[in-house]
Design a protein. Sequence first.
Lengths: 353, 154
Amino acid sequence: MAANEPSRYLARSLPRAIAPSTRAQGPGCRRYASDQASTKASVLSDLELDGSLKATVTPVDAAKSFDPIAKARSRRAQLPRSRYQFRSPKYDRGPLHPHRPPPPSDPSSRLFVPGPFSLPRVGQTYESTVASDILTLCYVHNPPGFQPPPKAPRLRSWDDSSPYHKNRPLRGPRGGDVLRLLRKPITFNNIPKLDRITIHSYVKGAADNSSWLHVAGMAIQAISNVRVQTYKAKTSVPAWGISPGRDTVAVKAELRGEDMEHFFGKLVDVLMPRLKDWPGVKGTSGDSSGNITFGLGPEQVALFPEIEVNYDMYPPKMIPGCHITVHTTATTDKDARLLLSAMGIPFYGKIVD
Amino acid sequence: MSLHTTLRRTAASTTTKTPTTFICSQCRHATLLRRPKRPYTFTQLITLSDGSTFTHRTTSPLPIYRSTRDTRNSLMWNPSSNKLLNIEEDEAGRLAAFRARFGRSWDANTPVEAAPGADKDAEAQAKEAEEEEDNLLDLISSFGQEEVGQPKKK
């Protein structure tokens, strides 16, 4: 019967001496629910009055006998190789787990990516010529004692014409709610540079046949040296039979550092001059915060030397087009365009800054 | 409590047994640290059309890539280069003559200037090369006799 069973909580709450051991349970020391009221006072006795510091007294014998160097010397054969190496745990079990993986920058970490192994030409060109050119071009001379005229605040305050304006959050900028990035004056320590390049390809045929996606992934990986990530559709396109959340339709590669510079050099020096009737990147492209996007069609992607070298590997119909976004650390499109045209990307048409 | 459970168990065994669906999603609050996948890359030497070279890392196994068309010989990157401008070759001047006779002003002017200029350039260059050799010989043979050498030149 349920009432006869000794409560688990009761056993825990009693002090060790008094608590009945669950194993050796005679009929005499049975406790009933009515008795629990009397033992409630002893709940506090569960607390340890001594701190944990007092309890941890290292036994002297153990400390004296611990001599790893002597133990290792007395060993005749070496331990297996893996015993001398630190192996990162396979799983990250959270910050409270005693066995934590090392940080990704540690070479023993599973997430460690070695490199960079080369000093790409694009980076060297940037350091030696482009950076100083941009710094010169963006120089604005202010005579000593010059005070810039005070600017209006970016977020406007409400005119107190209505009592309802009290405690309202500040008004957004005039002409739209978008708060543009601030452009700081370009000095030696914030010269715009390439931040990362994103290659994105939306494959419309991937909804019914996944081979399109595989081919697109391999092609993008070949041209970028980076494993691609796949993405599901966010919006429905009834004409192509794409529904959101179900169909994996896009691949994206994100290039940083060395990979990015190799790709950029290849793009500008080898691929762009080979494009037939290509006027350049449109002057109006850009997201007005320093990132410039342009697209390449399938026949243009096929001109990459990596794809051309084994063109037969890819089904010719399935070679994808892609959008290439060049993210720069510039905060305006004007600066980004200045940087990119200095690095060799031609722009055409009306230049919108 | 136990009475209740026994009762329920018997009831379940006597009546139809409902198929139980186990929720198989594992939850152990551990994230697998996946090793990053990186495609194999080779070092490739790219030779541009003007002979300049640079290396880069690429997935292509070709050790040397010779490009025939790149920034060094395309007009878009060299807008001031005369060599890359698409000027029609008109050595005999027949096109120019045709344009002078039948062409409009806008298309008569520019090529006439360019085409004979190119002809002259080629001839002049050849002459100059010969003259330079002569000059050098002159320099050796007649050092200090400049009055004699100058009329010979032109």
